[in-house]
Design a binder for this molecule. Structure first.
Ligand code: SAH
Length: 352
């Protein structure tokens, strides 16, 4: 099904509960028909909170002096990957700030070690990196790369992503296309309700997910971090009166549901940011309104508390086993099954 930008915009502005229920049911049906009832678990390892960038919304930004910085050792990361295997996960996602202490060679060695020792699919989420790094990591065996474009509005993008110091910046959309060329499965996404983000630009974001034919799409609400220019309102992009997209739970469900309709076969996580807004039910409702993935956190507790991209992040005090047990219980409580295998992107041709 092709969704037009006008249809998407109409739904983003809809607030009639009955009609929204119909949208959610349709998203749930499209999810079941295209990717089935299995919910795949991706073990998240937050490998470093060191960052060279100054993103206006993110607590890990270089200027934030209030964070104690860490980079996990290769052995610590391998230990988490082994745990992922023990828990039956098919994938590990290694995420970090834009940390150039993570060198091309160091990361290549680590990817090779994981691929040699385990059957895991390897997903990277290390920010904007030079082409040579992406090539080397793919050659080392990395399977997937996640890079949210955050907003498709070029003006807002520039305000919230100051250019890197001393290095050329990358156009995120161009980098996504390049990742695809290199043979990665490609994931992107946006935050919902960034100050200055209009309904229309959010509709454009969803249309762009569709156009890019993304394999994975992650969306979560923007959550203000007081130690950032956006969170402290030192920088406050303003949308025209009545046009600001809210960073609410409901708005996030609408975006998840519309993303499923726009990208029927994509892997779509029910995110931690959503769970942060509704700890009791956010994960489940995301899974019932289009999502088919959850990302239990494998990061050791002493590092996890330091990976504070936004405050009061759900489950920050948990350890890996608690996260694992909780996620499985939540999946089963809504009548879904825990996925087995690496859970890569399905394409229609493979389904028939
Ligand atoms: N350095 C990597 C990983 C960033 S953290 C990169 O740039 O891709 C992963 C995601 O967290 C980001 O893409 C962003 O969408 C989200 N995020 C960061 N700050 C946030 C905030 N204040 N509220 C909600 N989500 C946030």
């Amino acid at each position: 099904m092709h969704l037009s930008k006008e249809e998407i915009l109409y739904w983003l502005k809809e607030d009639d509960t009955g009609r929204l229920e119909a949208l959610y049911e349709e998203a749930d049906r499209v999810r079941r028909e295209n990717v089935g009832d299995a919910v795949h678990l991706r073990g998240l390892i937050e490998i470093s909170n060191i960052c060279s960038r100054e993103c206006g919304y993110c607590g890990l930004r270089a200027d934030n002096q209030g964070v104690e910085r860490y980079r996990m050792s290769q052995e610590e990361i391998l230990q988490c990957a082994r745990q992922a295997v023990d828990y039956g996960y098919g994938t590990v996602v290694m995420q970090s700030g834009e940390d150039y202490g993570i060198t091309r060679e160091w990361m290549s060695d680590l990817i090779r070690a994981i691929k040699t020792e385990t059957p895991l699919a390897v997903t990277l989420s290390l920010g904007e990196r030079p082409d040579e790094d992406l090539v080397a990591w793919r050659e080392a065996g990395a399977d997937r790369y996640l890079l949210r474009f955050e907003t498709s509005d070029p003006q807002l993008y520039c305000i919230i992503h100051p250019a890197p110091k001393g290095r050329p910046g990358r156009d995120r959309i161009a980098m996504l296309r390049r990742l695809r060329e290199l043979g990665y499965e490609v994931g992107s996404g946006v935050m919902v309700g960034i100050p200055g983000q209009t309904y229309a630009s959010l509709a454009h974001d969803i249309a762009l997910f569709q156009e890019l034919d993304l394999d994975m799409v992650g969306v979560g609400p923007y959550i203000a971090h007081p130690s950032t220019p956006l969170g402290s309102r030192a920088v406050l992009p303003l949308a025209p009166e009545g046009e600001q997209a809210p960073n609410s739970e409901e708005m996030t469900y609408k975006v998840v549901a519309l993303t499923r309709l726009a990208c029927p076969q994509a892997n779509i996580p029910s995110t931690t940011a959503l769970a942060t807004l509704n700890l009791a039910q956010g994960r489940e409702l995301g899974l019932q309104r289009g999502a088919n993935i959850v990302m239990p956190n494998l990061t050791p507790p002493q590092y996890r508390v330091l990976y504070e991209i936004y405050p009061a992040k759900a489950c920050i005090q948990e350890d890996a086993v608690a996260c694992h047990t909780c996620m499985k219980a939540r999946i089963r409580s809504i009548g879904r099954t825990v996925g087995v295998g690496s859970g890569g992107r399905k394409r229609h041709a493979e389904n028939t």
